[in-house]
Design a protein around this ligand. Structure first.
Ligand code: BES
Ligand code: MN
Ligand code: ZN
Length: 511
């Protein structure tokens, strides 16, 4: 199990005895109902916890909390009652959310360390140690912050204590050994999510295509085989579409192939393909200035693939998986691709580039082709911040799912439900293909005024080599960055999709 990067919340597990942290969080489920430890605390303090709960109208509802000065006999300064909601109905994801909400409450003080007592009286769907591990992952994810460029860290300012100073969380439960074991897997997933967030949040001056590839190469440390193709290799491979996007920037393209072989020897891999446009100016079809800074996140698909590969390897998933990302920068310049240019993709299909801002599909067309040609995957999912149109259709809480196979679509939607990373199925249809037929080339990269997310998906479908291969395209333009914050994510770059796809692999492709 690789150690988590420095700066992340230090999560550990201990028995239900008082561990002497600065603040104590005490889980109470609907009622409010305390576990045995909470009940004992309440009794030894003359019912102070139940009286405080009553005074604050705290009923153990999810996300709610009530705070009291710690009663005598407890080393902490405060006890914070944190709501767990309906324990009988709560699924794993609900406990993640409860853990995230709890962390937020524990982190509103100057405290550097906190305890969280996780003990559920009565029935629950998960075992105690699973609840503890799930809450710990929620807290771990909630604690993420991207503050590497703040030269004055907020917690250093003693006069004005701000949240997010918490460094250490000790989760107390009845079987800490088991919880720790369960958390190994959760931490692997959490680190994958936060790796994706880090990549999306990183500005493009720091994270160019070359640097992105270097970050992906770090995955070698956890047993992933990483191969980096440079511009010369890409030219040899005839990736004319991807290179057409890259040619306007002085920073050369990279394609990174990551292989995790945790499955049976001759089992065909599952493939994940990510759009890694480190910055999208639009190219010659340049974007308006307002909001262009968000285009540092146009590599959200690639970040998700890298985060997913981390998660799979770190938890030693029993699967063969290949991840491929196309890292380029879309810039206008004297050498940039022009509207009207016709380029030849690796597949041999020619593409008329009518709008240089529809660059993501050009990048994907070549790496999708490559991964199918070389790795013969049994299934392929591409992830891309591909269109503004998907946000017009679905908003920023749902990703768009396009899929040529109903079983795969059902699996993705199931995993989406379980992780609450929301996705909604969109159509793939002949009529969209008509809209991208070109008089001058095999296909054009622009579909006209309507159905922009759908014509983009249709374009990608032309690069599914074997039409029998189950393939899904996920447009995460709305969800990868600046999506509505929630109990387990307060970051601009959300890391959306890592948990969903990890879950899909675990449920459908491992074993
Ligand atoms: N990267 C953008 C899509 C995008 C927009 C992602 C806003 C996240 C937030 C993509 O490359 C793009 O520019 N798409 C164009 C396509 C159009 C020119 C056919 C769009 O959606 O406007
Ligand atoms: Mn664009
Ligand atoms: Zn783009």
């Amino acid at each position: 199990m690789p150690a988590s990067p420095a700066g992340r919340l230090d999560v550990s597990f201990a028995s239900l005895k008082d561990g002497g942290e600065e603040v104590v969080g005490l889980l109470a489920v609907d009622g409010p109902e305390f576990g045995a430890t909470g009940k004992a605390m309440d009794q030894s303090g003359d019912g102070i916890l139940s009286r405080a709960a009553k005074a604050a109208n705290f009923k153990g509802k999810a996300k709610s909390a009530a705070e009291i000065l710690a009663p005598a006999g407890i080393s902490a300064s405060r006890v914070i009652l944190v709501g767990g909601g309906d324990a009988e109905k709560a699924e794993e994801n609900d406990w993640l959310m409860a853990g995230g909400a709890a962390l937020a409450k524990l982190d509103t003080h100057k405290a550097k360390s906190a305890s969280l007592i996780v003990e559920v009286a009565g029935k629950s769907k998960l075992a105690q140690h699973e609840i503890a591990a799930a809450m710990a992952l929620g807290a771990y994810l909630r604690s993420y912050k991207f503050d590497k460029y703040l030269t004055k860290k907020t917690e250093d300012n003693e006069d004005e204590p701000k949240p997010n100073g918490l460094k250490k969380l000790v989760v107390h439960c009845s079987d800490p050994k088991k919880a720790e074991k369960a958390f190994e897997r959760q931490r692997a997933i959490g680190d994958g999510v936060m790796l994706a967030r880090d990549l999306v949040n990183e500005p493009a001056n720091i994270l160019g295509p070359v640097e992105f590839a270097e970050r992906a190469q770090v995955l070698e440390k956890i047993g992933i085989e990483v191969e980096v193709l440079d511009a010369k290799d890409l030219k040899k491979l005839k990736m004319g579409a991807l290179l057409a996007v890259a040619q306007g920037s002085p920073r050369p393209a990279r394609v990174v192939i990551m292989q995790w072989n945790g499955g049976k020897k001759n089992d065909a891999p599952v493939a994940f393909v990510g759009k890694g446009v480190v910055f999208d100016t639009g190219g010659i079809s340049i974007k308006p200035a307002a909001g262009m800074e968000d285009m540092k996140g146009d590599m959200g698909g690639a970040a998700c693939v890298v985060g997913l590969m981390h998660a799979l390897a770190a938890r030693k998933a029993k699967v063969n998986a290949v991840g491929i990302i196309g890292c380029v920068e879309n810039m206008p310049s004297g050498e940039a691709t022009r509207p009207g240019d016709i380029v030849t993709s690796m597949s041999g299909q020619t593409i008329e580039v009518l709008n240089t801002d529809a660059e993501g599909r050009l990048v994907l067309s070549d790496i999708m082709w490559y991964v199918q040609d070389r790795h013969k995957p049994k299934m392929m999912i591409d992830l891309a911040t591909l269109t503004g149109a998907i946000m017009v259709a679905l908003g920023k809480n749902y990703a768009g799912l396009f899929c040529n196979n109903d079983d795969l679509a059902a699996g993705i939607l199931e995993a989406s439900k379980a992780t609450d990373e929301k996705a909604w199925r969109m159509p793939l249809d002949k009529s969209f293909h008509k809209m991208i037929d070109s008089k001058n080339a095999d296909v054009k990269n622009l579909g006209g005024r309507w159905g922009g997310a759908c014509t983009a998906a249709a374009f990608l479908e032309r690069f599914v080599k074997d039409k029998e291969t189950p393939w899904a395209h996920i447009d995460l333009a709305g969800t990868a960055m600046d999506a509505p914050r929630n109990d387990i994510n307060q970051s601009w770059g959300s890391g959306w999709g890592v948990r969903l796809l990890d879950r899909l692999v675990a449920d459908k492709y491992e074993g």
